[in-house]
Design a protein around this ligand. Structure first.
Ligand code: ADP
Ligand code: MG
Length: 434
């Protein structure tokens, strides 16, 4: 077994205090060995970036240990570097100067640092662009400068935080290929790569091992080994089988209703956040599945067919499960009779079905009863958000309320007035006894 570079032992990260304590990462154990390319995969908000910050020593975990080559990391880890999604280059420096700066910070003298910067830029395919300024470069090229700068530090452990997600499809694919080539050729002193992504195919394409995370709380739920040789063929049956396997792991299994629905804000127990989706997209998903034999579809197949990213399909699937329109098992989504009715229904019927289901969700029960008991059945946005902030970090609380308002308006359960920033019960809803 190759040498272990990095080990996380029981790492947890808790943000906030008192009533606002919030566990972003819970009891993560993982090991990274020399020679490995590992992907950390999971939905937005599951703590991937937090883990990278902990690993590189930019953040200290609340609990647990970070061990690098038998040393406890208590400060910035000198052996690890992060490349962020959008790499911050200094706009007033040329490409060459941006890379040289990283070398200068490491004490590499001139002219050696100029030569090394040039060689690095050459390596990432930016030969001829040394004197360009960042604004003159495409997104893909800027990201290459970011790679060159990260590699200038010759990190043993290269951490990549969604490095391709801000690029267009073609640049992302080209850059993935180039990264893999550098890595496989062993031209760089890097001994291991840890890449954060929410893109399942990207993880299967690049990594030797995928660590699958889930949120609420952020934690590791599974590990999948990808032992396919490079270059991997996206269309090959082996590749597709691995992608399916990861989907199955990520989409999980529909749980019994009390677990699936979670508890209302303020109650003890497992909260469910409302997935950020539009109702048009949800209807689109249900219609597509309804058109398949047995009202059943393979999730990966849907991603291809609907031309959306995997994260989006998983959010839609989560919404469909929560609303009782579908169940998920082994990477397949199957419509329930209610989901079929929805897919075939008129707009009016859909709104009614949706409203009926929303009333069952603890989140909406809580929100509706809050409005019921408010004076004139009206409440200010900020009051509700403040209440949610006892359970969620402020940005998440705001997002949850935005989603709830979008869904509630569609179902005509309550309205929202932009000018006064008030949520109010629809008349019909006022009559429903609490
Ligand atoms: P990911 O990278 O998987 O999307 P993050 O690690 O960025 O997730 O965040 C995990 C959770 O922790 C999110 O809910 C996020 O809002 C929260 N979070 C991240 N950083 C902070 C912070 N500095 N203070 C409070 N909450 C934070
Ligand atoms: Mg992140």
């Amino acid at each position: 077994m190759a040498n272990t570079l990095l080990e996380l032992r029981n790492v947890s990260m808790v943000y906030g205090r008192g009533a606002r304590r919030f566990t972003a990462v819970q009891s993560v154990n993982l090991q990274l060995r020399e020679g490995e390319f590992v992907a950390l995969l999971g939905p937005a908000g599951c703590g991937k970036s937090t883990l990278l910050r902990i690993i590189t020593g930019l953040a200290r975990p609340t609990y647990g240990l970070v061990i690098y080559r038998d040393n406890l990391i208590t400060d910035v880890n000198p052996y690890a570097t992060i490349v962020f999604q959008t790499f911050a280059l200094f706009p007033w420096l040329t490409v060459q100067q941006n890379v040289e700066l990283a070398l200068k910070a490491r004490g590499v003298p001139y002219p050696e640092r100029a030569q090394r910067a040039e060689a690095l830029l050459d390596k990432v395919g930016l030969d001829g662009f040394e004197n360009a300024y960042p604004r003159e470069l495409s997104g893909g090229m800027r990201q290459k400068v970011g790679f060159a700068r990260a590699m200038a530090v010759e990190p043993e452990l290269l951490c990549l935080d969604e490095p391709f997600s801000s690029l267009d499809v073609l640049s992302a694919e080209a850059l993935r290929g180039e990264l893999l080539e550098l890595w496989l050729a062993g031209d760089i002193p890097t001994k291991a790569i840890l890449m954060v992504t929410h893109n399942i195919e990207e993880a299967v394409l690049l990594a030797d091992r995928i660590i699958v995370m889930d949120k609420q709380p952020g934690r590791v739920v599974a590990e999948v080994t990808i032992d396919l040789p490079h270059p991997r063929q996206r269309k090959s049956p082996e590749f597709i089988a691995r992608v399916d396997q990861v989907y199955a792991t990520l989409a999980g299994q529909t749980e019994p209703e009390p677990i699936e629905l979670g508890v209302a804000p303020g109650e003890p127990g497992r909260k469910r956040t409302l997935p950020d989706i539009t109702l048009g997209d949800l209807a689109g998903l249900l219609e597509t599945v309804a058109a398949e034999p047995d009202d059943r579809a393979d999730l990966y197949h849907l991603v291809e067919e609907l031309k959306v990213d995997s994260d989006h399909i998983l959010r839609l699937t989560e919404a469909a499960e929560m609303l009782g329109f579908a169940t998920v098992s082994q990477g397949d989504i199957v419509l329930t009779p209610l989901g079929e009715t929805f897919a075939d229904g008129s707009i009016q019927l859909r709104k009614q079905l949706f409203a009926t289901r929303l009333r069952r969700l603890p989140f909406f029960r809580w929100l509706l009863s809050l409005l019921q008991s408010a004076e004139r059945h009206r409440l200010r946005w900020e009051v509700i958000q403040a209440a949610l902030e006892l359970d969620f970090p402020p940005a998440e609380a705001e997002k949850q309320l935005e989603i709830a308002v979008r869904w509630g308006r569609y179902a005509e359960l309550f309205g929202y007035d932009d000018d006064s920033e008030m949520l109010y019960l629809e008349e019909e809803e006022e009559k429903v006894a609490v």
